[in-house]
Design a protein around this ligand. Sequence first.
Ligand SMILES: C=CC1=C(C)c2cc3[nH]c(cc4nc(cc5[nH]c(cc1n2)c(C)c5CCC(=O)O)C(CCC(=O)O)=C4C)c(C)c3C=C
Ligand code: FE2
Ligand code: FE2
Length: 311
Amino acid sequence: MTKQCNKALVLLNMGGARNKDELKMFLTNMFNDKNILTVKSNLLRSIIAKFIVSSRLNSAWKNYEEIGNQSPINPLTEKLVDRLNDEFEDICVYQAMRYTPPFASEVVKDLELKGIKDVVLLPLYPQYSTTTTKSSVEDFQEAAKDKFNIEVIEPYYQNKVFNEALIDTIKNTVENPNEYNLIFSAHGLPQKIVDAGDPYEKHVNEHVKILSDILKEQGVEFKSISLSYQSKVGPMKWLEPALDKELEKYKDQKVLIYPIAFIVDNSETDFELSIEYKEEADKIGIVDYKVCKCLNYDEKFIKAIRDITKL
Ligand SMILES: C=CC1=C(C)c2cc3[nH]c(cc4nc(cc5[nH]c(cc1n2)c(C)c5CCC(=O)O)C(CCC(=O)O)=C4C)c(C)c3C=C
Ligand SMILES: [Fe+2]
Ligand SMILES: [Fe+2]
């Protein structure tokens, strides 16, 4: 990056695989994350992680083969970063991913080379979770040590400009909302993590209420609006209702899904929602099943970032 800046905006996200080796890296880093696998002993966690990765890798990779052998999260985030670098004249914009490159440590090196002291961290998670927001922010702070003045942006699921952008996507995806059942689909979380005080479920519930109120104010009426959780992993209890159970209610009806916990499309939207759950919807007899695109690098989201970060 040749731009000269005295401030940096760093977008934080999970990352995603560009090939099978990176999927192994993603899963290994994820299951060694103490915020994801909350067992206290690092050794025990690394043993469990090895076991999960070896049993999951091949079957998980089959999913990526169906979406072009890579997660869309990387090219889309690169476009978002490029667009923001054009938007902000004197702020250098970066991405730091939690489980695949570019890692926080590489961004920190670049910031040091440029002599940047002020850093704003924007987690690409509208709702806070210890498994996502906390994990990414701590990871960056550990890499940064005390080298910068860091400002962390708070959860922004209540932000008006952000929610208007999101509502526009919903309105632009279907012509006759009154024919559709709108399901907000959130990435699931083990119930144990929620019981330990994680605010994610509360934030997601509040977000759905805010969006439902905006739709009502704008006179946009869906047949029904509901919330469910996708992507359960393993045998433990996760947040409910599960999306596959919710879909069973809509035989002979139309369904529109909005992936409420994601800002950038990824394997969970392009594979899980658009291919895997679509097959479920067909089996159930849902007559039309649509999935909204995430905001990605939408111009309205660029405006929302200005409003959220006050940059
Ligand atoms: C096992 C625990 C997991 C928790 C807790 C979890 C929380 C969580 N994840 C996201 C967002 C994403 N997750 C993605 C993939 C993914 N997630 C898990 C497991 C947990 N996630 C796994 C094992 C995987 C890999 C795919 C698979 O094997 O099923 C992704 C996609 C990345 C990509 O490749 O594109 C995203 C994004 C959130 C928001 C969240 C908690 C709120
Ligand atoms: Fe996940
Ligand atoms: Fe999944």
